[in-house]
Design a protein around this ligand. Structure first.
Ligand code: ZN
Length: 249
């Protein structure tokens, strides 16, 4: 374990609205309390979140228009949540609008637009620390975000990873933030801003406001193992699509 890194300019990647506060609400509070600057990039707006939406709308079939409304609702909640932690201003919150539940599809298709967007934000914001989802997260969108993030931010940029679903190997822990009771309450209140997510799992959701936040070592070593396999699979899919297209003509 190492000391808490430099929090002057913290760039946080959240695959869905709420991952930021669940994973790094304490870091956001500490960075801002220390005069630092925080930027959160929401990769998706979390629009494919059908069960809570069905419960809220009291109907089974969710249309494309319903999903758009849900995306707006979730991005409003995310903004309110960040504001409650003190992160304000046009520079602190960006919604990249990639398709929810389909980030791994971008990866499989060899689509590198997300990597370019992350690269651009990195060059523009010049973070002292980047906090990104982990390959050890069991959510496929989180793992795909981890892949794009490690590709975009080279080893020269300090990276810490976080897990929302599942667990990372404890020996990879890099640093831990212990929240004071007051910080823990603010984190809980910020999580509670995501009212749409409290509908079906209030207790489980608020339980994310734990007394500690642990971050893990960058995963360039993991990506070195995964990347060649990933690229070979993408090339194979590309070739199969080309063959299927040729056969149709
Ligand atoms: Zn998520």
């Amino acid at each position: 374990m190492t000391a808490v890194p430099d929090l002057r300019r913290v760039l946080i990647l959240a695959t869905h609205p709420d991952d930021d506060v669940i994973g790094a609400g304490g870091v956001i509070l500490r960075a801002i309390a220390g005069g630092g600057c925080v930027r959160v990039l929401f990769i998706t707006n979390g629009e494919s979140n059908t069960w809570p939406q069905r419960a809220m709308l009291r109907k089974w079939r969710i249309t494309a228009a319903d999903r758009e409304d849900w995306a707006r609702l979730r991005s409003d909640e995310a903004q309110r949540s960040l504001e409650s932690l003190g992160a304000r201003g046009g520079d602190c919150c960006f919604f990249l609008g990639y398709p929810d539940q389909r980030i791994s599809e971008l990866l499989r298709n060899g689509d590198t637009r997300l990597q370019s967007d992350l690269d651009r934000h990195g060059s523009e914001f010049r973070p002292t620390l980047v906090i990104v989802p982990s390959f050890f997260d069991i959510h496929t969108d989180h793992r795909a975000t981890a892949w794009f993030a490690h590709k975009a931010f080279g080893p020269e940029i300090p990276i810490a990873t976080y897990v929302v679903h599942g667990q990372a190997p404890p020996m990879r822990a890099l640093f831990t933030i212990r929240l004071t009771p007051a910080e823990q309450k603010r984190k809980r209140d910020a999580i509670a801003c995501h009212e749409s997510q409290l509908l079906l799992s209030r207790r489980r959701f608020l339980a994310h406001a734990r007394a500690t936040e642990t971050f893990y070592a960058p995963e360039h070593d993991v990506i070195r193992v995964i990347s060649p396999m990933q690229e070979r699979l993408a090339a194979l899919r590309h070739a199969l699509r080309a063959i299927a297209g040729a056969l149709r003509h």
